[in-house]
Design a protein around this ligand. Sequence first.
Ligand SMILES: Cc1ncc(COP(=O)(O)O)c(C=O)c1O
Length: 394
Amino acid sequence: MVMDFLRPEIAALEQNGITRVALTRIGDPKVIALWFGEGDAVTDEFIRVAAKEALDAGDTFYTHTRGKQALRDALKRYLDALYGIDLDPDRITVPGATMLGITIAAQMALTTGDHAIIVGPVWPNIESTYQATGAEVTYVSQRRSEAGWQLDLDDIRAALRPRTRSLFVNSPCNPTGWVMPAEQQAELLELCRERNILLIADEVYHRNVYDCDVAPSFMTLARDDDPVIVVSGFSKAWAMTGWRVGWVVAPSRHAETWAILSECFNTGATVFVQQAAITALERGEETVARLRDQYARGREIVTEVLGRCPRVELTEPQGAFYAFPRVRGLTSSLAFVEGVLAEEDVGIAPGYTFGPGNEEHFRLCFAHSHEALREGLERIVRYIERHDNEFDSV
Ligand SMILES: Cc1ncc(COP(=O)(O)O)c(C=O)c1O
């Protein structure tokens, strides 16, 4: 038998359900791909030009491991203006993509034997990231009600253990579109303060909200001495998923630790991409607004088409750009999305991969151009109607 060198925590990791399905047909032009968290339009030209100009100007060397000074300055101006705050610049780091910020934050706090709480339903990469630290993970799930998805903080309190060292919350939420209200954020922050639990607040969808300009944020609540790391990035608000650039706002006393860990993981984000990120911050408000309008219309199309299907229950998302509908009586979300892919050439993600209790659900991204989105939705409905007698009667 081959002696394997994998740590048990790493050996135990499983491919998530999104890629598990998508990798079978990725790049196939026949597929309407609504499985990933991005639209089908390329990043705006003025942002692409900024990257090209930086390259041509020779911006190809190592830079500060917490990110270019000019980018951190631009982030301070952006965040100060957006949230009406005066951020200590030592709190800002650009280690690479948003996902890398989450990975480093989790590694900072957790080790084998620790316990962590993840608010679900949740994007599956978060679970893998937490599990890779060696910590044991408990899901606390939002619940669906007439008023939409909601989180009961008593469920969090009930899940706490003496070794709970971190709590992960993503608002606006992928996949449910839940937006955590500011009062509840304040209450959760108080709990984390009392217990000295690292709160990782994933706010990568901070500008993808439909009833206001920006979602309620821990940025306006967390003090420098709080156990909070807010993680965000450029992927979703400016449609820059492939650029792999994001930022964290963390306690200033850890600035050097962020520099060290950033050096270990990626030695900062790609340098000419950082120049494009500055341009997005300084000139990208129209882009953010235009994309928001496009996604808002996408959300209407989802509600309209899925609303015609009695077997589907949809809670309207307040933020992010996903629908997470329930198909009443569904027994295998994986078999369902595989069937939709095979018979209708539409790519969606199975509910099971977003944490326990989601087997009747699937996720689709509505950031796509409207014609493709509508066609994809019509085909999903057609599939459900054709297979209606195969669902459990509920
Ligand atoms: C909840 C959540 N957090 C983090 C990320 C990662 O963002 P990035 O691609 O900027 O690393 C995503 C991407 O889909 C996400 O949905």
